[in-house]
Design a protein around this ligand. Sequence first.
Ligand SMILES: Nc1ncnc2c1ncn2[C@@H]1O[C@H](COP(=O)(O)OP(=O)(O)OP(=O)(O)O)[C@@H](O)[C@H]1O
Ligand SMILES: [Mg+2]
Length: 270
Amino acid sequence: MSFKTEPIIELTSVSWLRSGKIILDQINWKVYKNENWVIFGLNGAGKTSLLNIIAGYMQPSTGRVKVLGREFGRYDLRELRKSIGWVSSSLKEMFYPSETAAEIVIGARDAVIRMLRKPESAEVDRALMLLELVGCEQLAARQFGTLSDGERQRALIARALFNQPALLVLDEPVTSLDYLAREELFLILERLAADPQSPAMVFVTHRFEDIPRQTFSKIMLLDQGRIHSIGSLDDIFKAATLSDFLGRPVRVNMWNSRFYVQPAQSDKEE
Ligand SMILES: Nc1ncnc2c1ncn2[C@@H]1O[C@H](COP(=O)(O)OP(=O)(O)OP(=O)(O)O)[C@@H](O)[C@H]1O
Ligand SMILES: [Mg+2]
């Protein structure tokens, strides 16, 4: 058996209740270094709530949350958040449109949404290097508000990487992107994962064809706050499991490392 270090994320019987409703129900989950996970669930399944609990934005009603070896309630959350790179569509709205892409990237250093000090030259160099990594070094001096959605998403990935996080969380990062921008983003994640120093990644989506199978090999299927299935992506992405998950018969095709799920037409097609 291979030796495993301490998990990056360790959730033990985590439940979260709001307004008398169980939003997360007895979640047990461990993420180790070099593991890349997809959290898949339909709208309202509890995916974003789970991420909010991991980042300490919300306390679980019951259960234990340990992230990067530290248990919640026992350390400075702001410091912990600097070790978690966070990318989500909703984040885009939080930044000042007049800030430049480089300033937004460097703002990660202080975990702020607006730079209130002059950046050091080493910080500028790092921001440029990261913007180059995500293929938008030419946008460094452009105001954030003038970038397209896809460009903003990439700039936010550069920002999320600024502090060399141990964990990179991507909440529906491609939902608003066109086909080409999505494929480019997947290539960025693939390049990132090839680096031995890369952070563990958690990628949240509700669309089958948005699962970047080249880079992500583990999956949690979340169904109304409960784990339906958890484990290897290729084991779980079978017609029987997904039919049970969706409550209707479906067939699963894989083409070019992408999953396509369609209603089963007949018994023959599973
Ligand atoms: N603060 C809150 N108070 C009450 N209910 C909440 C709260 N936050 C989330 N919920 C509910 O919890 C459920 C899960 O929400 P969540 O945002 O985690 O889903 P999701 O899986 O991310 O969905 P989507 O794919 O639409 O982003 C939803 O029914 C939502 O209305
Ligand atoms: Mg969500």
